[in-house]
Design a protein around this ligand. Structure first.
Ligand code: DGY
Length: 323
């Protein structure tokens, strides 16, 4: 009997491709280029499963051309590239990669917070440009981190990881806002206090965004929200572009409405809003919060396990829309 065909949309670890090849005929993108939407759609036709990344949109159009498709396994915890209701209507299982990236992503959130508050990249550029001629008492003075108030918007697993780091490692007072309040034992573990979104904006010294992207969270942070923040505050986005209105953020940074920002994700990435590229008080990184070899390997393996688990054994590990 011929093996089912599975698509892998981007180059991933060869050992994970080899695992998939034990069970499937694998059509893998081995290059560094994204497949165009048309090429992805053509290859999806006749596939039983696909291992995708956030770059491939699985919507009504993509699904209509692939009637044999049974599962899309996203190699990401975020899945805003999936139209889950459309997938459910067409009986296509959606899976993601929760848990395996939580601590690594929280580490990066903290790294970005520290780099932003303490002006790490801005001062490095100054040094590399040969501008450093002497010590001075006020050179690159940044914002205090320890003992300040850490605000978290979105208190899922990664948000809780950031909270634990802030509370236990840096003696920060942690406040958060989320769709629903955490159970008391989780609040105690994170030493976190639930507040309204307005209080979060007004009180945080450092605000970290970890909320999933959806139509409801689109531009959750725009000019009106930024205007509520302290002029000494920083903001860090490791969730998704689109949660922040990048043009409004660039304007707030330029006018010193807030002190600084750290961004790992952007609206329309890999394009970055040109205004963000010209303000000095922002640290910009190319969507790398989960990027360590062990974590990316765990993510690829979990996505592969979902394909094998479902198509071979009928049991996916982390389904988003189980039957
Ligand atoms: C995720 O897992 O959602 C990260 O953003 C990597 O894409």
């Amino acid at each position: 009997m011929s093996k089912p065909r599975v698509l892998v949309s981007r180059a991933i670890f060869p050992e994970v491709i080899a695992r998939l090849q034990e069970h499937f005929e694998v059509d893998a993108n081995q290059g560094d280029e994204l497949w165009s939407r048309a090429e992805f759609a053509a290859r999806l036709k006749g596939a039983a499963g696909a291992l995708t990344t956030g770059a491939e949109r699985i919507d009504e159009d993509a699904l209509a051309g692939a009637p044999g498709l049974r599962i899309c396994a996203n190699m990401a915890v975020g899945y805003n590239n999936f139209d889950v209701p459309a997938m459910t209507r067409r009986r296509v299982l959606a899976t993601n990669t929760p848990d395996v990236l939580t601590e690594t992503t929280a580490d990066f959130g903290f790294a970005l917070l520290m780099a932003t508050a303490r002006r790490v990249t801005e001062s490095e550029h100054y040094l590399r440009a040969g501008k450093w001629t002497r010590w001075s008492y006020d050179m690159f003075s940044g914002c205090e981190v320890h003992g300040t108030t850490l605000g978290i918007l979105g208190m899922g697993r990664i948000g809780q990881g950031i909270a634990r780091r802030g509370a236990h490692g840096f003696g920060m007072k942690v406040i958060y806002h989320n769709r629903s309040r955490l159970a008391p034992e989780l609040e105690a573990q994170c030493k976190a206090t639930y507040v309204s979104k307005l209080d979060l904006l007004r009180t945080a010294d450092h605000l970290v965004l970890v909320v999933p992207y959806s139509a409801q969270s689109h531009h959750s942070i725009g000019a009106a929200e930024l205007a509520q923040m302290k002029p000494t505050a920083t903001i860090v986005n490791i969730a998704r572009g689109g949660i922040v209105d990048d043009a409004a953020l660039a304007a707030a940074l330029r006018s010193k409405g807030i002190a600084a920002a750290g961004l790992d994700v952007f609206e329309g990435e890999p394009q970055v809003h040109p205004d963000l590229l010209t303000v000095p008080n922002v640290v910009l990184t190319p969507h790398i919060a989960s990027a360590t070899v062990p974590t990316r390997l765990a993510m690829a393996n979990l996505a592969a396990d979902n394909l094998i688990g479902f198509l071979v054994n009928g049991k996916p590990l982390t389904p988003l829309n189980p039957e």
